[in-house]
Design a protein around this ligand. Structure first.
Ligand code: DX5
Ligand code: ZN
Length: 222
């Protein structure tokens, strides 16, 4: 069964506690927490004090997506903030093997994120070591962007690579996920769907999470 990770980037920050309680009540599996530094991506989201507050009320695992340069500087900090899975951008790290192992040694699951232009093949020699691969289906930096259709093919290729290397990595998809493409993404092999705008802009966010959770594999893949 696929997992749903609502992205708090699209929450209403004037009532963040209520939105977190809604996710707690819902059938969501993880909280997706987007950290942006204004350097790796053009936007700045939120930092440690806010994540600390999130951690105090969140009753589901924190899935932290770092869109920052030199993420190694903060691995321990994110561990101390209660991170379950820490994902770093492939494009932001020179020594990815070392970084992945540092994250795991700190007791967190290690994820690697691929930007839309980065082919899955670059993971050949690291896929057996990672717990999760996050495929960006928009260019990172903002919520509410249009889904990039090439993502389906990337999921299929990544699935092949995971199989070939006997990796147990989960495949997560982030950006522009909605009720129309969820079934196709699951059909292609996605294990975790992140959804920001689709959840928090809907009239009934809790019900929308339920609909994403109930999305069945299906739909033709281009
Ligand atoms: C984008 C972030 C996403 C974002 C997704 O840089 O990584 O997690 O919140 O938002 P939606 O689902 O609205 O595209
Ligand atoms: Zn994200």
């Amino acid at each position: 069964m696929h997992l749903i990770a609502p992205s708090l980037l699209s929450a209403d920050f004037t009532r963040l506690g209520e939105d977190i309680e809604m996710v707690n009540r819902s059938r969501a599996d993880w909280f997706h927490v987007d950290v942006m530094d204004g350097v790796f991506v053009p936007n700045i989201s939120f930092g440690m004090p806010v994540i600390k507050a999130i951690g105090r009320v969140a009753r589901k695992p924190l899935d932290v997506h770092l869109m920052i340069v030199q993420p190694e500087r903060y691995f321990e900090v994110f561990r101390d903030l209660g991170t379950y899975c820490l994902s770093i951008q492939y494009e932001a790290v020179t020594h990815l093997h070392r970084a992945v192992h540092q994250i795991k040694e700190l007791g967190m699951k290690a994820g690697v994120v691929l930007n839309p232009h980065t082919p899955v093949d670059v993971l050949q020699d690291i896929i057996a070591d990672v717990d999760l691969v996050l495929i960006m289906s928009v260019n990172p930096g903002f919520g509410g962007q249009k889904f990039i259709e090439n993502t389906y093919g990337k999921i299929l290729r990544l699935k092949e690579l995971i199989k070939a290397k006997q990796s147990s990595a989960l495949i997560e998809v982030d950006g522009g996920v909605d009720l129309n493409n969820a079934g196709k993404l699951i059909q292609a092999g996605a294990d975790v769907l992140v959804a920001g705008n689709t959840v928090f802009s809907s009239a009934d966010p809790e019900a929308t999470i339920g609909l994403l959770k109930d999305a069945a594999a299906g739909g033709a893949i281009q």
